[in-house]
Design a protein around this ligand. Structure first.
Ligand SMILES: [Cu+2]
Length: 115
C-alpha cells in the first residue's frame, strides 16, 4: 500500500466518523424529544392555602415535603379548572395531586379539603 492511498483511506475513515457522529447526535436529539412526550409524573402532597389568585386562577400553597420532588416551601399551583378550587379558602389545609409541565407550571389534578 503506497503513501497516497493510505492518506486517502484515512480521509474516508474521517468522513465516516463525522457522518457517524452526526447520526449519533441526531438520534440522541430524537430520543430526547420522545422522552418529553411521556405522561407527566403525578405527585401527591399536603399543605395549607396561603392565598388565591384572581378568579382562582392559581393558589399559593405552603406545601409539606414532597418526597422525590422538593422539600416544604410555599409556591403557586394552578387548577386544571378554576372550579376545582371552589369551597377552598385561605387557611384551609388540603391534600392535592399535581404534575409539572415542561414550562415548570404545577397543575392540580385533585384538591381535597382536610380537617
Ligand atoms: Cu415547592
Amino acid at each position: 500500500m503506497n503513501r497516497s492511498m493510505n492518506s486517502r483511506l484515512r480521509a474516508v475513515h474521517l468522513a465516516r466518523s463525522l457522518l457517524l457522529g452526526t447520526a449519533l447526535v441526531t438520534s440522541l436529539t430524537g430520543s430526547c424529544s420522545k422522552t418529553s412526550t411521556a405522561a407527566p409524573r403525578v405527585h401527591h402532597a399536603t399543605g395549607a392555602v396561603r392565598s388565591l389568585g384572581p378568579g382562582r386562577a392559581y393558589a399559593n400553597i405552603a406545601h409539606d415535603d414532597i418526597p422525590g420532588y422538593m422539600s416544604a416551601m410555599t409556591m403557586s399551583f394552578e387548577p386544571q379548572r378554576p372550579a376545582q378550587l371552589d369551597g377552598i379558602e385561605v387557611g384551609d389545609r388540603i391534600a392535592f395531586d399535581f404534575y409539572e409541565t415542561e414550562d415548570a407550571r404545577r397543575v392540580l389534578t385533585r384538591v381535597e379539603k382536610r380537617r
